[in-house]
Design a protein. Structure first.
Lengths: 147, 154
């Protein structure tokens, strides 16, 4: 009987492990990203990127390859036209391996420019990967809607 | 005891089932070769052959697309439209940045599309990201985000 209880407990553990899978871990990183964006928290958003992440921002003319570059991108993007917001409206989350998830979809960035609220839809792709024990953004590409 | 063994093997099968989706890595050389292949297939202007380079569950943000394409039929439909809009389309890659993160590989950078319309050659400079995973012996595209180079900083 005790053995059976152990097996049932083991099954319980397995099912909760299945609930907190790669997809949930990756989406948790995006939730932190959205919070940091809304709080104009540059440190908070930069630390979600892997040190070797490749970054293509909406206005990037060149691929950003260094954390300092990602930091200055967000200093420009987050410290102006506040309060800011970025909402991922609809997306596909694809588990490509047990250590990598691609999340891609449409988002809406909002802010206030010269006292006037504005919003802009964009196309956004995140690749979130498990590096050591942490899930980090290894790739980011956001682009304006084509005209 | 026999019943317990039975349950244990079910548990074992279940837990190994969880890790089945782990793919093998796509090394840099294979990524570079896959992009070279994408370049030559693109120049065929054939929606079927280009769509075949993407995995079945691939997603695509096409350069000209306001909507996300997330199944093979939608991907193909994008290329049907793109090859109609851009006659005799070709693509030339600039410097490629390739990074391999475990079993996922990323290739990002710039490329320029050229096409001929009304006897005139035109070009679209764009930024791209390809995400590759190993699918059998091939490196297949699971995500492709392509966007025109922004005209002015905002």
């Amino acid at each position: 009987m005790r053995a059976l209880v152990t097996v049932v407990a083991l099954l319980g553990l397995l099912s909760s492990a299945a609930n907190a899978g790669p997809k949930e871990d990756a989406l948790a990183v995006l939730e932190q990203w959205t919070k940091a964006f809304a709080a104009s928290d540059v440190d908070g958003i930069v630390k979600l990127y892997a040190p070797d992440a490749l970054f293509v921002g909406t206005a990037s003319k060149a691929v950003v390859v260094k954390p300092e570059g990602i930091r200055s991108y967000f200093e420009n993007a987050l410290l102006n036209n506040r309060p800011r917001g970025a909402a991922l409206n609809n997306y596909e989350a694809m588990v490509v391996s047990d250590a990598a998830v691609v999340i891609t979809g449409l988002d809406t960035v909002t802010g206030v420019r010269d006292g006037q609220p504005f919003s802009a839809n964009g196309r956004v792709t995140f690749v979130v990967a498990k590096r050591g024990s942490d899930w980090q953004i290894v790739h980011f590409h956001r682009s304006a809607m084509p005209i | 005891m026999q019943t317990h063994l039975g349950i244990a093997s079910v548990v074992l099968a279940f837990s190994t089932g969880l890790s089945v989706q782990t793919a093998t890595a796509c090394p840099r050389e294979m990524v570079a070769a896959a992009v070279e292949r994408w370049t030559s297939v693109f120049a065929e202007n054939n929606p079927d052959t280009i769509t075949a380079l993407y995995s079945k569950d691939a997603v695509l943000w096409g350069t000209l697309s306001p909507t996300l394409r997330s199944d093979p039929a939608a991907l193909k439909a994008y290329f049907v439209g793109a090859f109609q809009a851009l006659p005799k389309a070709t693509v030339k890659f600039g410097e490629q940045l390739i990074r391999v993160y475990g079993d996922t590989a990323i290739d990002t950078g710039y490329y320029t599309f050229s096409y001929t319309k009304d006897g005139e050659t035109k070009s679209i400079p764009a930024r791209y990201s390809f995400t590759f995973v190993k699918d059998g012996n091939d490196c297949k595209i699971v995500d492709h985000h392509s966007s025109a180079v922004p005209s002015a900083p905002r």
